[in-house]
Design a protein around this ligand. Structure first.
Ligand SMILES: Cc1cc2nc3c(=O)[nH]c(=O)nc-3n(C[C@H](O)[C@H](O)[C@H](O)COP(=O)(O)O)c2cc1C
Length: 209
């Protein structure tokens, strides 16, 4: 299957990175696009790098790909300003679009149909073509504006999947909490996987990715 994965500048860059590694490891093809804010947050949260411009966007993307882009599937890196690529058009089919993590800014832009970059456009295309769109939204607390935007995109056909891991499987570490959200994301995309454990069985201890 082929998916478009957008990374935006909400906290929780690891959710998107781990989604990438799971999809590629499972043999799926991924069109990957990161906003400048996504790379800034990823650099800080995942690699403890200083603010831009000290570290260039492409250096952070290289780190992400090296650590999370390995598998039998492929990764096609697409720039956020490239509105000529296949993901900007409804005629080129993808099996799903996922934005993880999804900032409130990107959520608002999608809700208003006023997209400025490829991530917004890919989401817009998914909605108009009635394809799967999963938004792993992250912010807390939520304002009325955020909630209204979530309702708008849900009514338009998107799935809002808050980055809110459950604790009922008795997770034994941060990796299990991350994979809880990633597993729910893959479920929504219709991807078979073995992440997570069934209800009532403690998740095995794994290293933080
Ligand atoms: C360290 C850091 C953490 C952030 N966390 C969030 C967040 O959890 N949710 C959110 O909506 N925005 C968050 N932001 C703000 C977004 O990055 C900002 O609104 C940005 O313009 C989003 O742009 P994008 O949607 O194009 O990536 C954070 C910013 C920084 C620097």
């Amino acid at each position: 299957m082929r998916f478009f994965l957008g990374l935006t500048g909400a906290s929780g860059a690891i959710y998107g990175a781990r989604t990438l590694s799971a999809l590629v490891a499972l043999g799926h093809d991924v069109g990957l696009c990161a906003s400048p804010s996504a790379l800034q947050v990823a650099g800080h949260e995942m690699f403890q790098l200083g603010p831009k411009p000290d570290v260039a966007d492409h250096e952070i993307m290289a780190l992400l790909l090296h650590r999370f882009g390995q598998g039998t599937g492929s990764v096609e890196l697409v720039h956020q300003s490239d509105l000529t690529c296949r993901y900007a058009s409804g005629s080129a089919k993808v099996d799903g679009v996922v934005i993880s993590p999804c900032s409130m800014s990107t959520l608002a832009t999608i809700a208003n149909g006023s997209g400025r970059n490829l991530i917004h456009r890919a989401a817009d295309v998914a909605l108009k073509e009635r394809r799967k769109l999963v938004l792993v939204a992250r912010e807390t607390p939520l304002s009325e504006i955020h909630l209204n935007n979530m309702l708008t995109v849900t009514r338009a056909g998107a799935v809002v999947l808050p980055a809110a891991p459950g604790f009922y499987n008795l997770p034994t570490g941060v990796a299990a909490l991350i994979d809880f959200v990633v597993a729910r994301t893959l479920d929504q995309l219709g991807v078979e996987h073995t992440l997570g454990t069934p209800w009532g069985i403690p998740a095995p201890e794994t290293e933080t990715p």
